[in-house]
Design a protein around this ligand. Structure first.
Ligand code: SF4
Length: 338
């Protein structure tokens, strides 16, 4: 019997939830197919297929869907609404309307599973969601329960690896192949830099024009949102009088508080997409907080489809030079007073 092919675009929620869904569908006897890592081709396809005012990540999602659509029987495109038990916190509106946007923009799509992901209500919301998704594949009963349990185990391991600082793609590959990942070697660095932002910007090296490789060559240790232990991230909520409406924005702002207050970093870089509505507020909040805590130098890197390596690297190099100079001055002051 031929296996049903389920398509999972390698962007947006791929970077945080792929291990769960890969395991779930595979355990149900399906074959999971992803698009290739982002290239100029995926971006061009996305730009062609999307409305003009969409942000870069949404254009890219369209590009990945267009690349995948002929290779699969079903596209998995969950409607991401809420993943926590917080009534007021939702995904960015662009995520909420994504399946409709894709249907309206791209022709000749295969069948789409666009089950709503709302984990804010009920006793076992994730299990309920899995049951509904499985029903669309005509799977029921114990096999679904088993697939759900395996998927959850795989996802837990994945999250653990991220907190340990394992690179996202390496952690994804390891958990789905059932390999053990070893914690990265101790990194000797003179500069610790928090690189904060949404996972689909931070972990897609085409979108951020190889920022992490560049930092590695410069001997800089990057710290990301996903490296903050979940309970420590949650604990930062107390520093804001009111939570923001958007899930990823709350994670980014809480990680900012964490790195500023608890794990000292030399600087903060906010990686954002040009034209991102939620980030207009997030960026300002981060900047203000960095100013109040220290101050700690803060840099915003705004990405769009025209972003080139040269522009990003020049700014990063200048920022790091400034951080090193600052550190030298601090050391001189201390040695004069010592
Ligand atoms: S949060 Fe910003 S970058 Fe992400 S999808 Fe929404 S508008 Fe686009």
């Amino acid at each position: 019997m031929t296996q049903l092919k389920i398509g999972f675009p390698r962007t947006l929620f791929y970077f945080l939830y792929y291990p769960f869904w890969y395991t779930f569908f595979t355990e149900l006897g399906c074959e999971v197919v992803t698009s290739l890592p982002t290239t100029k081709y995926s971006l061009d396809l996305g730009v062609e297929e999307t409305v003009n005012d969409a942000c870069l990540p949404i254009k890219l999602y369209h590009g990945h869907v267009a690349e995948l659509k002929e290779q699969v029987d079903v596209l998995f495109m969950p409607r991401m609404v809420k993943v926590r038990k917080m009534e007021t916190e939702v995904f960015c509106p662009k995520f909420l309307g994504l399946p409709d946007m894709v249907r309206n923009s791209i022709a000749d799509l295969p069948r789409i599973i666009d089950e709503k992901v709302d984990l804010s209500k009920g006793l076992f919301p994730k299990w309920d969601l899995c049951r509904k998704v499985a029903e669309q594949l005509e799977k029921r009963g114990f096999i679904v329960w088993q697939a759900y349990r395996q998927a959850q185990k795989c996802q837990d391991k994945f999250k653990q690896y991220l907190v340990q600082g394992i690179e996202v793609q390496e952690a994804i590959d390891a958990v789905i192949e059932g390999r053990i990942c070893h914690e990265s070697k101790q990194f000797t660095t003179d500069i610790d830099l928090a690189i904060l932002g949404y996972p689909y910007l931070i972990y897609d090296s085409f979108v951020n024009v190889g920022l992490f490789e560049k930092l590695g060559h410069m001997g800089i240790k990057p710290w990301t949102v996903e490296m903050v232990p979940p309970h420590r991230l949650e604990a930062q909520a107390k520093y804001l009088p009111k939570s923001l409406f958007w899930y990823f924005s709350n994670r980014t702002i809480r990680a900012t508080f964490y790195y500023l207050h608890e794990k000292k970093v030399d600087g903060i870089v906010h990686v954002t997409a040009f034209g991102c509505g939620p980030d207009a507020m997030v960026d300002k909040l981060m900047e203000l907080e960095a100013k109040h805590s220290g101050p700690i130098p803060f840099l915003t890197l705004s990405l769009d489809e025209q972003t080139g390596e040269a522009g990003i690297f020049t700014r990063i190099e200048a920022f790091v030079d400034m951080l090193r100079l600052r550190r030298k001055n601090d050391e001189n002051i201390f040695s004069h007073h010592g």
